[in-house]
Design a protein around this ligand. Structure first.
Ligand code: NAG
Ligand code: NAG
Ligand code: NAG
Ligand code: NAG
Ligand code: NAG
Ligand code: NAG
Ligand code: NAG
Ligand code: NAG
Ligand code: NAG
Ligand code: NAG
Ligand code: NAG
Ligand code: NAG
Length: 696
């Protein structure tokens, strides 16, 4: 008997140790990866008000579970109740560890740390020990502590056990069930989890973001090679893709990219027009081995035979294509959104020297969908760093979303989708399942719990998600900027099945549709929206050149500018305004943004122009941010490629910057040729205005 239990404990301990070594799951998240929400009706049993991982159904299930334990001793019953209710805690994913969902009980705070600051670091005071001391000899029916229940779904056998049947002592018990709050992970101490609000006083705030211009080309996307080298792929809106070598920071050299030799040239397939083009590229996580290359672009049905996807305006969403009027092309769904896969044979090294590819061979069509209108079709593609699935961002289709597509669970417009592109069903299964291309549905996509959702959907309620990224250090932070309509540009932390509110809300205020809405209205009371973590109002920015439009960026994880470290960087398309969002406390999801000034290093490899009458570099339009294999961050603009470099190169002070990180400090370039920048920019301006569907 003892031996079997010992064995189970060893196995369990090994599992837990493995879990403790992976503290990546910060951020308030529930055990099913969804975000905590405020339930519509308050919980009756568990004392979790406000944001919670339980709704009233889960609350009453916990109550039943509690009652089935049949514990009459009041002190122990009270502890057990709070332990069961910790499933409702906004940090339950971390308390129960999200990856394996193995635990039936949360990590109980052990000796070292407690969120109750008046508690000392004495093991005698640990919550774990309190549970042991209070409950060790109390019989518990269907005990969640029973080792046989760990690592599997609770299947009540109605057997009764005591903690002391399994463990010899409090330290025995706490070794397995307890945990200390190391590496920013959290533990349960009977109260709602609170984070350490003491921040490092050494953290300096940035005084400015220094850029160096390393290239003149205008690109929409850049992805680093998966081989870890200093090479990256750059794509332009027209449909060309180059493999370039990125110079070292401070080397004084520019981007090595031969315009005349694209790596892939998709211009024949890509519809390149004011608001259409090659939107994004992505490399399979094993690209260096399998050469699988993905591109997301628009095409014109009237020009290309392979441009024939189902129309997003269809009877499933009560949309009649023949009735589409405003802002529509000649033929309904003439313009389409495509994700296609190309294979590049040969290893990374044999492609080191760029070979022009005259006619690339598309090996697989991942997705094709007809667009009802001509704007707001986002189009970014990204592989999830944890799951290896392909995320695809899709806007609402534009025109103020009159059909209310973003809230329609049967529409893929205004959604973030998630595909498995490693398991491709047969043509027959694709047809039978009604898929939009060659992909399969990851088993844990949220439609499993919400039958109304199309299976492709990961999150909903977007207007035009324009540039998303996963934090390189904390992959649970999936950040997306969502372009606003009239007033507000937002940044969201994307979670499974999250509803980000559009077109019920713009930012966190109710939105009133401006015109007749054939798709009907979703009532505010019927949804549980997740509001932005930060953003800005249109009135906050310099709008000399047009309306505001957000461009989402990255958590800065490079050491090049230590004062930006850990900040989420984002900007406005018109590139007069940039912000750094700081999360306090870390892992809380509570962000505060501040405007950040920026300059261009005088010793840039390429000359930086200035905005006339100002000290700001004339970046043009800020299309995207990008990140290389060193985690250095880039700005891809209509005027060129800029990289964030040590602040001293622009004369900014950063106390954390070591004097050896860069060459001699140089002030921002005092004079530039702004005329150059303006020449030929009129066309770009027009394109940009429609590019993101501004002013629809
Ligand atoms: C939520 O609970 C906390 C502590 O239990 C209490 O201070 C607060 O007033 C409650 N808030 C609401 C809205 O009930
Ligand atoms: C609950 O516990 C009481 C003693 O505390 C016992 O008499 C009763 O039979 C138990 N009920 C069940 C269903 O096990
Ligand atoms: C903190 O711990 C002390 C001593 O154990 C206790 O009296 C107090 O109520 C606790 N505070 C909270 C907020 O839990
Ligand atoms: C456990 O007890 C409940 C009622 O207390 C009963 O409905 C259920 O069938 C029992 N389950 C088993 C496996 O004996
Ligand atoms: C919990 O505390 C006990 C007693 O101080 C200690 O022996 C044990 O290593 C701790 N366990 C963990 C996981 O921190
Ligand atoms: C909170 O964080 C600070 C700085 O990282 C650290 O010095 C302090 O010990 C932490 N406090 C607790 C209770 O963990
Ligand atoms: C605080 O500073 C220490 C030492 O400089 C570092 O190891 C730790 O990660 C920092 N913590 C935070 C929250 O920045
Ligand atoms: C970039 O543009 C500047 C100014 O127009 C020009 O002097 C320079 O040669 C260009 N660089 C490259 C690599 O084409
Ligand atoms: C790449 O190789 C595979 C198998 O080796 C072949 O089927 C495919 O046609 C090749 N693709 C190209 C673009 O050459
Ligand atoms: C799957 O990919 C093949 C090859 O590109 C293509 O012929 C076929 O139409 C695709 N299926 C769908 C449903 O897109
Ligand atoms: C939706 O709301 C708008 C603005 O409040 C209103 O004009 C329109 O009639 C509503 N549509 C429906 C179908 O209720
Ligand atoms: C959120 O961050 C702000 C600014 O740092 C801080 O004042 C506030 O206390 C934080 N809120 C919470 C709930 O931690």
């Amino acid at each position: 008997m003892m031996n079997i239990n010992m064995l189970k404990i060893i196995v369990l301990a090994a599992t837990l140790l493995q879990l403790f070594s992976n503290p990546a799951y910060s951020l308030p998240l529930c055990t099913d990866s969804s975000a905590p929400l405020t339930p519509k009706t308050p919980l009756l049993f568990c004392k979790y008000n406000g944001s919670s991982c339980c709704d009233s159904v889960q609350d009453s299930n916990i109550q039943k579970q509690f009652e089935s334990m049949n514990v009459s001793q009041p002190a122990c019953a009270s502890l057990l109740k709070s332990i069961l209710c910790s499933r409702c805690d906004p940090f339950s994913a971390e308390l129960y560890t999200i990856k394996t969902a193995a635990r039936q009980v949360p990590v109980l705070c052990n000796s070292t740390v407690s969120s109750n600051s008046s508690q000392t670091n004495q093991p005698e005071n640990s919550y774990c020990k309190t549970v042991w001391d209070t409950c060790q000899n109390i019989p518990i029916r269907n005990s969640p502590f029973s080792p046989s229940l760990q690592g599997q779904a609770p299947t009540p056998t109605n057997s009764t056990s005591k903690l002391s049947d399994t463990w010899q002592s409090s330290s025995d018990f706490c070794n397995i069930v307890g945990g200390s709050s190391l590496d920013n992970s959290v533990c349960f101490d009977g109260q709602k989890v609170t984070l350490n609000t003491t921040t490092n006083s050494t953290k300096s705030s940035p005084s400015g973001m220094c850029l160096e211009k390393i290239g003149n080309g205008s690109y929409l996307d850049m992805v680093p090679h998966t081989d870890g080298s200093n090479r990256a792929f750059f794509s332009n809106q027209k449909g060309q893709i180059w493999l370039a070598t990125i110079p070292e920071v401070g080397s004084g050299r520019g981007l090595e990219l031969d315009e005349s030799s694209p790596y892939l040239d998709l211009t024949d397939e890509v519809l390149f027009d004011t608001q259409f083009g090659l939107m994004s590229i992505a490399l399979h996580p094993n690209f260096a081995q399998n050469g699988r290359f993905f591109a997301s672009f628009n095409c014109d049905k009237s020009k290309s035979p392979s441009c024939g996807g189902r129309c997003a305006c269809n009877s499933d969403v009560d949309c009649d294509p023949s009735k589409l009027t405003s802002d529509t092309p000649a033929e309904p769904c003439q313009y389409q959104s495509v994700v296609a896969e190309y294979t590049v044979n040969g290893t990374s090294s044999s492609r080191a020297s760029v070979i022009p590819t005259a006619s690339p061979v598309e090996v697989r069509r991942i997705f094709t969908m007809g667009l009802p209108f001509t704007s707001h079709h986002a189009g970014q593609i990204l592989f999830g760093p944890n799951d290896g699935y392909l995320y695809f961002m899709m806007g609402d289709g534009g025109a103020g979303d009159p059909y209310n597509f973003a809230q329609n669970k049967k529409s893929l417009l205004g959604k973030i989708m998630r595909f498995d592109v490693d398991t491709i069903p047969s043509e027959a299964d694709i047809a039978r399942l009604g898929l939009w291309g060659n992909y399969s549905i990851p088993r844990d996509n949220p439609y499993i719990n919400d039958k109304d959702l199309l299976p492709e959907i990961w999150a909903l309620g977007f207007s035009n998600p324009w540039r998303c990224s996963f934090d390189a250090e904390r992959p649970s932070y999936f950040m997306c900027a969502d372009v606003g309509q009239n007033d507000y540009e937002e940044v969201d932390v994307i979670t499974k099945n999250g509803n980000y509110g559009w077109r019920v809300y713009e930012g966190n205020t109710l939105y009133a549709p401006e015109q007749a809405t054939p798709g009907g209205n979703t009532s505010a009371g019927s949804i549980n929206p997740i509001f932005p973590v930060m953003g800005y109002k249109h009135s906050d920015v310099n709008k000399n050149e047009g309306s505001a439009s957000i461009t989402g960026g990255f958590f800065y994880r490079s050491t090049t500018d230590p004062c930006l470290s850990g900040s989420y960087l984002f900007g406005d398309l018109y590139a007069h305004n940039m912000w750094a969002g700081v999360e306090t406390p870390e892992n809380s999801g509570n962000f505060t943004k501040s405007g950040i000034t920026f300059g261009c290093a005088k010793d840039s490899p390429e000359v930086c122009s200035l905005v006339p009458g100002s000290e700001l570099p004339a970046l043009g339009y800020l299309f995207s941010f990008a990140q290389d294999n060193n985690k250095d961050v880039y700005l891809l603009t209509s005027s060129g490629v800029y990289r964030i470099v040590p602040p001293s190169r622009c004369g900014y002070t950063c106390d954390l910057e070591s004097t050896t990180t860069g060459p001699n400090p140089a002030p921002p370039s005092p004079r530039g040729s702004s005329a150059n920048m303006l020449k030929g920019s009129t066309k770009i301006l027009l394109m940009v205005l429609f590019f993101l569907g501004l002013g629809y």
